[in-house]
Design a protein around this ligand. Structure first.
Ligand code: SF4
Length: 57
């Protein structure tokens, strides 16, 4: 499962647009969260300008 470093995230939503399973959701406070349908494909990581999204350790 991928996770988002909220301190690095600029909240532009590029990861959500790139996700083939549409599992990255924007919450009411403007932050993004990775949902349960993540397949660890890495598509989001490759488009994130600030390297805020990565595979959870
Ligand atoms: S790794 Fe793939 S499936 Fe998981 S959140 Fe990123 S783009 Fe979506």
């Amino acid at each position: 499962m991928y996770e988002i470093d909220q301190e690095k995230c600029k909240k532009d939503g590029d990861c959500a647009d790139a996700c083939p399973t549409a599992t990255i959701e924007k919450k009411d406070d403007g932050t993004f969260n990775v949902g349960d349908d993540c397949t660890d494909c890495g598509a989001c990581e490759s488009v994130c300008e600030t390297e805020a999204i990565h595979l959870a350790q």
